[in-house]
Design a binder for this molecule. Structure first.
Ligand SMILES: [Zn+2]
Ligand SMILES: [Zn+2]
Length: 192
């Protein structure tokens, strides 16, 4: 009896073709979509394996873009928002075209200049049901929406809630020029 198993072995890293970038376990990568008009897929590399011909395959955990989720993109979703899903696959490492960084929401908000390769994730997404975890998040403003880091908001010095200038019928410029803002629900301080 001969062993016909093609002898897979774990590998530590993979160099992205025509680049100097090295992919390792835990890295977030951009993968070439089948349809070149689409945005690249984003995934986290869980494991790397090579077959006897040294073809590397990666076990990936997919990130979903809001438009790829069952509920679609909502107004509070940031342009660079991703959901970490419960959907895993094996993919050829050759489809990896770049690396990216998926920040926590907290870290992303602190970035001075988010670059093309910076994304953030604040929700886990169940691909089969479309459910999110957490399913409840803090909401702000009169519109009672979760925070979208792409949108400028102004803070009320009274209730400490945050507001979209547009929901206050104000321009962003007006809001930026305010010395302090008190919302219509908060009593005005006469001494101020
Ligand atoms: Zn609002
Ligand atoms: Zn207020």
């Amino acid at each position: 009896m001969t062993n016909t198993n093609p002898g897979k072995k774990d590998v530590d890293s993979y160099k992205i073709k025509r680049t100097k970038k090295i992919v390792q376990q835990g890295d977030c990568v951009l993968m070439r979509p089948v349809d070149p008009k689409r945005l690249p897929y984003v995934a986290r590399v869980e494991k790397l394996e090579a077959d006897s011909k040294n073809n590397v395959k990666v076990r990936v955990r997919w990130y979903y873009r809001p438009e790829e989720s069952l509920g679609g993109r909502r107004t509070f979703h940031g342009a660079k928002e991703l959901f970490i899903s419960d959907h895993y696959d094996w993919q050829s490492a050759r489809t990896i075209e770049g690396k990216c960084i998926v920040h926590s929401f907290k870290d992303y908000k602190k970035l001075e200049n988010a670059g093309d390769d910076d994304y953030f994730c604040r929700f886990e997404y169940k691909a089969a049901t479309g459910d999110f975890n957490p399913d409840l998040v803090a909401v702000y403003c009169k519109c009672e929406m979760p925070y979208n880091p792409d949108d400028f908001m102004v803070k009320c010095e009274g209730c400490k809630d945050w507001y979209h200038p547009s929901c206050l019928k104000m321009t962003i410029e007006d809001a930026k020029n305010l010395e302090q803002f008190i919302c219509s629900d908060c009593p005005l301080d006469d001494d101020a």
